[in-house]
Design a protein around this ligand. Structure first.
Ligand code: MEV
Length: 424
């Protein structure tokens, strides 16, 4: 069943009514989303099997971004984040992208790399060629570690060898390039790197040290682009200023770090919701933000098309999987994956990248127009009011007062609540 991601009025419903709506819209049973109810989600017993010394579980709000169209299909996107306005901003940007067809995405094959570091090699260049000469043997040994992956069409695709100069010496570094299919793949490639290590040391005539994947996953890239309609964005001046905002991030690392943080607001939220490794994706993103010239820059680009509309593009490593790890064992992550409906890790990676671009556009549009604080403060005011003890009935009054008084602060929330309760 195809999904319609337009859900007007969704935000006015209660969390349980929203889950019922999701079930209806996505053609899934309500049971599939039961684990999103905090009382039905991850138990301490389940958590105890996931990590060590478990004493409990930490709840993080899980919202659903609406309005997304990716490659012509609507998707409802689960996002786990503690930051107010992230889900609303992504949904809003997706609504703007929708006017001109939504997001287009693509990705490379799900190939990640493992490194084997070799020390004390007398002839590094000679060792490099000996290792390349042993390519077939080493690839066979690595593939033998994971016959199931090979059966699924994955496995080692190639190897490469680099000579790396460091302050402590010169290293020969062998890379295994592995198609990990629908896995994130860290376990698969780490096992392969360990399996070939002894033979690699023999061939290179050196001592093997590190055997581990690289999180600079530049052979596993996902890309998203969208045309944002100039009129819907607010006119030609807004388009012009978003291009200027993007250009500053390209040129200035101080701005690039914040710009990229905005992209990661969206990306990390979906990665976390689907039980994937947020740190692996973040490490990949930040390493990718350093260009060939060694300068840290923005991950996205903004330009105008011939009709004056804004064209946004984003490309970055996206090492996420659908099998294994928390994606399979965390009940809420399973619900989130089911909602997204991604059939392959590549599809998941592409949707996540589209969300990153949407999040980026939303931030730049706010910054280039009214500034970020207005929208942010309304949502922040809710947190402040709740922290001050406002009940569900009191919340709307306290929030609107905090915003109207331009004083979104705990002391003011206390005062407004006291006034409300004393009938003033
Ligand atoms: C805040 O979490 C993210 C932003 O700072 C991103 C940006 O400045 O582009 C608003």
């Amino acid at each position: 069943m195809s999904v319609n991601s337009r859900l007007p009025g969704f935000r006015d419903e209660s969390p349980s009514a929203r889950r019922a709506l999701l079930a209806e819209r996505s053609g899934r049973t309500l049971d599939e989303f039961r684990a999103l109810d905090p009382f039905e989600g991850l138990t301490a017993e389940q958590a105890d099997h996931m990590i060590e010394n478990v004493v409990g579980v930490l709840g993080v709000p899980l919202g659903v971004a609406t309005n997304f169209t990716v490659n012509g299909d609507d998707v409802l996107v689960p996002m786990a984040t503690e930051e107010p306005s992230v889900v609303a901003a992504a949904s809003n940007a997706a609504r703007i992208a929708r006017v001109r067809g939504g997001f287009r995405t693509s990705s490379s094959r799900p190939v990640i790399q493992a490194q084997v570091q070799i020390l004390d090699v007398a002839d590094p260049e000679g060792a490099r060629l000996r290792l390349l000469d042993a390519r077939d043997e080493l690839m066979r040994t690595a593939d033998e570690q994971d016959p199931q992956l090979v059966e699924l069409g994955g496995g080692v695709r190639d190897l490469s060898v680099r000579v790396v100069e460091s302050r402590a010496g010169r290293y020969v570094v062998l890379h295994l390039l592995v198609d990990v299919r629908d896995a994130m793949g860290a376990n698969a490639v780490n096992s392969m790197a360990e399996a070939v290590a002894v033979r690699v040391g023999e061939i290179a005539r050196g001592r093997v040290l590190l055997r581990i994947l690289t999180n600079k996953a530049d052979t596993r890239l996902a890309r998203a682009s969208a045309v944002f309609d100039a009129e819907t964005l607010g006119g030609a001046d807004v388009v012009r200023d978003i291009v200027h905002a993007g250009a500053l991030a390209e040129a200035d690392p101080y701005r690039a770090a914040t710009h990229n943080k905005g992209i990661m607001n969206g990306i990390t939220a979906v990665v976390l919701a689907t039980g994937n490794d947020t740190r692996a994706v973040e490490a990949g993103a930040h390493s990718h933000a350093v260009g060939a010239d060694g300068r840290y820059t923005s991950l996205s680009r903004f330009e105008t098309d011939t009709d004056g509309n804004l064209v946004g593009t984003l490309e970055l490593p996206m090492p996420v999987g659908l099998v294994g790890g928390a994606t399979k064992v965390h009940p809420a992550a399973r619900s989130a994956v089911s909602l997204l409906g991604a059939g392959t890790a590549q599809q998941l990676a592409e949707v996540i990248t589209a969300v990153g671009l949407a999040q980026n556009l939303a931030a730049l549009r706010a910054l280039a127009t009214e500034g970020i604080q207005r929208g942010h403060m309304a949502l922040h005011a809710r947190n402040v009011a709740v922290a001050a003890g406002a009940t569900t009935d009191e919340l709307p009054h306290v929030v609107s007062r905090l915003v109207a008084d331009r004083a979104v602060r705990a002391d003011h929330a206390d005062q407004v609540l006291a006034e409300l309760r004393s009938g003033q």
